[in-house]
Every structure is written in C-alpha cells, then in structure tokens.
Ligand binder design. Structure first.
Ligand code: ATP
Ligand code: MG
Length: 461
C-alpha cells in the first residue's frame, strides 16, 4: 500500500499492513492489537531511488535456461531430523529463522548444530545478545561441543556483528536472538518492529551477497504471535518452529515455510542432560508408557510429511457440574474436536452434549491431519461408554458431517508402520480400496460410518 511519507506510520505486526492511523483491529487481517508504531527512517533514505532516477542492477538479468543451479551447496547440520526439515541440509547463502517459546531449547539446538557445521561448512560465528561468553562456554561444555572453528561473540549491535563477519569471514552465522540485536542508526528500541525488520533485511542481504548461511533465533510468546518472527516470515527462506511442552522431554521441529523443500516435514528431538538428541523411532517413543485396557485411549497413525508416526489420543468425558460444559483440546484443532463431538452426539447417539470433554495427544505432538478424526471420535466414545479399545488396535479415517468415513491417503505406509509397532488390528474406512499388499498378520476391519467404527472398536471382546 502506498503511504504518504510521514515521520511515523503504523504497521500490523501480523500481516505487514501499513497505515498512517493506528487501528485496534487490523482492517486487512482482522487481528486485534497488532498495530505498532514504525519509523520509516531507513526506508525513506533508500527510497530515493524510486523517485529520483534510475539505478543499474549490479548483475544484469540472465536467461532462465542459462542460470546454473550447480552451486546449491548444502551442509549437514549433524542432525538428520533437522536436515530433513530443511529439505536435505542447510543451503549456502540461505537465511533460516528458528522460532520458539522461551526455554524450549533454541540456543541448545543452535550450539549443537554448530559442532557439525564447523566441520563440514567451515568457520562458524555465534553472535549471542542474550548470554555472556561464559554462559555459552558452560553450555558448550555440558553439550560437549568444542571446536577451534566456532567463534563466540557476545554482541547486540548489528554493525559490530557485521564488522566481525567482515574480519573473520565465517561460513555460518548464528544470531541469538533477533529481539536483542539492534542497529544503532535507528532510534527504535531493540525488539521493536522497526529494528527487527531492518536487522532481518540486512542479514538477508548479507546471506545473499556473501553466501553465508545465517540462522536467526526468534522468540515467540505463549500465543505464538509475537511481532518479530511473524513479520520476518516474509523475508527469510525457511521458518522453523521449535515446539514442545517444557515439562515434556520431546521437542518437535516443524517447517512453517521452506523455499528449499517441503513444509510438511517434522523432526522429533528429546531434551536431556547432554542437550538434544534425535528420536530415531518416534512412533515407539509416542506409544511408550501407554496404559493397557484404559477407556478413552486410542492409537492412530498420522502422516507427518513423508513419515508415518503412531500417536496416542486420550479423551475424558465426564458429567459436567457447571451449566456450560467445559471443553478442552490439546494437540488437535479445537474446532475440529468440537465438530467431532457434535457429529458423535447426532450421528452416533452418544449423550455428550452436556458433558465435559477433554482431548489430548500424548507426547506433545500436534496432529492437523483429518485422518486422525476417527481416532479422536473413538477415544471420546470409549471414555463416554467407559469401555476400552483393544490395545493392539489402530484407527484412522476422516469423519464427515453425516457420520460417513472418508478414505485416507498413504494407507500402505500407515499399515506398514502400525505392523512394525506390533499393532494387530486396524479399523479404517472402506472407501478407496485396500492396497494389494497388506502386512502379514494384520487384521483390517473396514467400516463405512462412525457407528460401525465405534461398534468395531468397542463392542468386540
Ligand atoms: N543442566 C541441564 N540439564 C538438563 N537440561 C537442561 C539443563 N540446563 C538447561 N536445560 C534444558 O534446556 C532448556 C533451555 O534451553 P535453551 O537455553 O537452549 O532454550 P532457549 O529456547 O534458547 O531459551 P531462551 O528463550 O531463554 O533463549 C531448559 O528448558 C531445559 O529443558
Ligand atoms: Mg536462548
């Protein structure tokens, strides 16, 4: 949007909409309380080029078919889980943003990947604005990271970081965190949208012009919507979110944007005394400690990118003592869970309209896939009827509003994964046909609607 150049403008930290007026609700993205003051100081200086004549590009345009792609160089980060999320390793000259809540383990992950990057990429410069050199050294000792190729710089001024980059010529730069670094030429405080935008833009130019891999750490608040990372998402090449409950050891790394690979992939890590370690067999980890024969628990198989992962969904349906029943969903979409409760009440005749319902995915995993609908519904039905689903049963299928079940994709991969984890029965929709090769010893019960599925899961001895 063209905005008349005034001294100050306001900008939506969620969608980047600019305005000369402050709004409580953004007219474009309808988010509340996202407008913040922005000083277009840096932009007005650079903006002269648009109005005052022409500038020749440094590199002339090139024919698309003549552009060479041979120089896409990728570095292994030392974690195959992270490499997969990045689309096969960190790309030379790329800008990667790692966002996450405070204390989730962002700095730990960064320091651990520095070890491998210092071996395969070259010199690594770790600029920390949050911790002193001593603190970083203590962490590095705990994580057993030590290398003559890793330089630590405790600095918050971006100009000083750039100066060090020029002198030391590193191959990888880590900025921890973008909320603490600032450009002294701008009057805005560190962490302000103005600073974050300008600093990210400068880091982007650095990555593109010098071929350095730049990792930026960004904080996200409890609601996942801090001004910083959201506004940076448009600029960077990859956005990775590091998620997980503080009290739970599992951490999930998810790609929200990736210019060099798929955004569906997730990496699963476990936090321990010696830092993060990869979870090689996530299905096994997610199912460990599962209660046998407990009502309300149901196993499903969800596709996270190209990888099938088994997950346990638990529900608790209890008589409500309040006028308005309480509903809570963790790890699954709240609205989707409410929709399933309504379908269960109307199409399967379960009396849950006035009951409290709590739904949770074990292990801190978040499931967005419609194929997990049936498992959520079955776990609710199991708790409501106080009857357990057999522990060697896995359930998947998408539930429609009429209670019908829709086929799921990647059925063969899911069946192979459940068979590997000693599941002997699968309840899934009939539609779509079964793959020709089903794993040996796996009983497949096909169902057409929610009633049949609940019958197959709960009414068998
Ligand atoms: N001595 C320790 N033993 C085991 N785990 C530890 C130890 N010290 C820290 N941790 C783990 O590391 C986590 C903090 O990691 P880290 O500092 O990398 O997080 P962060 O996301 O960078 O946090 P911040 O937002 O404060 O920068 C803690 O929540 C804890 O789980
Ligand atoms: Mg940190």
């Amino acid at each position: 949007m063209a905005v008349q150049k005034t001294k100050k403008i306001f900008i939506c930290s969620s969608c980047g909409n600019e305005s000369v007026k402050w709004y409580g609700q953004c007219p474009a993205c309808k988010e509340w309380n996202t407008f913040v003051e922005y000083e277009p100081e840096a932009e007005t200086k650079n903006a002269k080029g648009w109005s005052a004549g022409k500038i020749s590009p440094e590199v002339p345009p090139e024919r698309l078919d003549m552009i060479s792609t041979d120089d896409e160089i990728r570095f292994a980060t030392g974690f195959s889980e992270l490499d997969r999320v990045l689309g096969g390793g960190a790309v030379k000259g790329s800008l990667v943003l790692i966002g996450g809540e405070p204390g989730v383990g962002k700095s730990t992950l960064m320091l651990q990947i520095c070890r491998s990057l210092s071996q395969c990429a070259g010199k690594v410069l770790y600029a920390s604005g949050e911790e002193s050199k001593r603190q970083l050294k203590l962490r590095a000792d705990r994580l057993e990271v030590s290398s003559g190729n890793i330089l630590i710089l405790a600095e918050t001024r971006l100009e000083a970081i750039f100066d060090t980059v020029e002198k030391e010529q590193p191959d990888v730069l880590v900025v921890d965190s973008i909320q603490t670094v600032y450009k002294s030429s701008l009057s805005a405080a560190p962490g302000n949208v103005t600073q974050i935008r300008d600093c990210t833009m400068s880091l982007l130019q650095l990555a593109k012009s010098s071929g350095i891999v730049v990792f930026i750490v960004g904080h996200v608040n409890k609601d996942g919507e801090l001004a910083g990372p959201k506004i940076m998402e448009h600029m960077v090449d990859c956005v990775l979110y590091f998620e997980g409950e503080r009290q739970n050891a599992y951490r999930v790394l998810r790609a929200a944007k990736n210019r060099f690979g798929s955004t569906n992939e997730v990496g699963i890590f476990e936090m321990g005394q010696k830092g993060l370690s990869e979870v090689v067999n996530p299905s096994e980890a997610m199912l460990s400690g599962r209660p046998e024969g407990a009502p309300g628990s149901c196993v499903t198989c969800t596709m996270e990118g190209t990888r099938p992962i088994l997950a346990e969904i638990q529900s608790l349906v209890a008589k409500s003592v309040y006028g308005n029943p309480r509903r809570m969903a963790s790890g699954v979409d709240y609205n989707r869970a409410m929709l399933l409760l309504a379908v269960l009440e109307k199409r399967a005749g379960l009396p849950i309209g006035a009951a409290d319902a709590y739904i949770n995915v074990i292990g801190g995993l978040r499931i967005d896939e419609p194929a997990s609908d049936l498992a959520i519904a079955v776990s609710i039905a199991s708790s409501c009827r106080d009857k357990a689903v057999r522990s060697d049963t896995a359930v998947f299928g998408e539930v429609g509003l009429t209670g019908e079940l829709r086929r799921v994709n990647a059925l063969e991969q899911r069946l192979n994964e459940v068979a590997r984890l000693n599941i002997r029965r699968v309840v899934c929709p009939e539609a779509g046909g079964l793959p020709l090769k089903t794993p040996e010893g796996l009983e497949i019960i096909t169902v057409r609607n929610l009633r049949e599925a609940i019958g197959a899961c709960l009414e068998q001895e």
